[in-house]
Design a protein around this ligand. Structure first.
Ligand SMILES: [Zn+2]
Length: 336
């Protein structure tokens, strides 16, 4: 997942708040759209899911605005002597099963390629991503115990929910617990999430539809001809919260695993949670990647750092709303 480490924002028109500069008319630029899931989960506190119907409609809208493809395709297109005025790259983070089951058929029907960033160590897990169990525990249980006590990283953490907590209070609890768990080793995260699931009275595994792809599914996605597989570390590590050596190992291990499993080059990377610093950037470059995506909203042009490519988070917008957002954004990209 990515969408929650950067400042909250709710639309492409707000890009100006992040200092996006105006561009000369017709200067070629890349618009990288960030998706996670094509699904309709019961709870989605971070707006990670787009419904299959809205996704198909969004693809139809995009076709009217310019060429659409993978991140590698975008970089190649913008490097041509006569590049398109703008190119849209579609990216999906984490490697959810629905990327194969729901996104790929829609992409194939639309004749569009996309990049899927996969955390190699989570592929084949028989349980949902830990942040989804956290959200399910906090948002889908009508009643919860009044206190949550966890021992994390040698320290004791206590959260008080109080009686009958509303959504806002539950969301604050999610954010607080998540920020603590992100710092931990994968085994410690798993232990804590299992404890939280037991505390809430839910199963850790969750529905199979919400799981990451297994190895065969990831290989089928890679072999489809529609998908570029990109790196997202091995265990979805928060690169700025762990030692630089550990971060470098996460990045390199993830790339090697994906290359071995797909038999394809792995040249694009996305920072988990969008978290990156100079160490992480250097490690991504040293591992052999050509480019890396952040979650900072914006557009890319020839002057952009290829290891700090901004992205636009797409939400579960119907066609009209999506078109308004894209049209507004395309106007900004064109300097109009
Ligand atoms: Zn992610």
């Amino acid at each position: 997942m990515n969408a929650i480490a950067e400042p909250a924002w709710s639309g492409l028109r707000r890009l100006a708040r992040f200092g996006m500069r105006r561009r000369a008319a017709a200067a070629p630029c890349g618009v990288v759209l960030m998706y996670h899931r094509i699904a309709e989960p019961a709870s989605d506190p971070w707006d990670l899911a787009v419904s299959p119907r809205n996704f198909a409609d969004q693809l139809a809208v995009l076709a009217r605005f310019g060429p659409v493809g993978t991140l590698a395709g975008m970089r190649a297109a913008l490097d041509r002597p006569a590049p398109p005025r703008r190119f849209f790259a579609l990216t999906f983070d984490d490697g959810y099963r629905d990327n194969l089951v729901a996104a790929l058929p829609a992409l194939t029907r639309a004749g569009v390629r996309a990049t899927v960033f996969v955390a190699s160590g989570l592929t084949g897990s028989d349980r949902e991503f830990w942040w989804d169990t956290l959200a399910r525990a906090m948002l889908e249980c009508p009643t919860l115990p009044g206190h949550l006590h966890l021992r994390l990283g040698g320290g004791r953490h206590d959260w008080r929910l109080g009686p009958a907590p509303g959504r806002a209070r539950r969301m604050r609890l999610i954010a607080s617990v998540r920020s603590e768990l992100m710092r931990l080793e994968p085994a410690a995260i798993e232990a804590a999430i299992s404890e939280i699931a037991a505390w809430a009275g839910i199963e850790r595994a969750g529905a199979a539809a919400n799981h990451p792809m297994d190895l065969a599914e990831m290989q089928a996605l890679a072999a489809s001809g529609q998908i570029e597989i990109g790196g997202h570390t091995h265990s979805h590590a928060a690169l700025t919260l762990i030692a630089p050596e550990a971060a470098a190992a996460e990045i390199a291990r993830g790339r090697a695993a994906l290359r071995d499993r797909t038999g394809q080059p792995v040249t694009s990377f996305a920072y988990p949670y969008g978290l990156h610093d100079g160490h992480g950037l250097a490690a991504v470059r040293a591992a052999g990647f050509d480019c890396a995506c952040t979650v900072r909203p914006g557009i890319a042009d020839a002057a952009s750092d290829p290891f700090r490519i901004p992205r636009i988070q797409v939400k579960d917008w119907p066609a009209e709303r999506f078109e308004r957002e894209i049209a507004s954004f395309a106007g900004r990209a064109d300097g109009t």
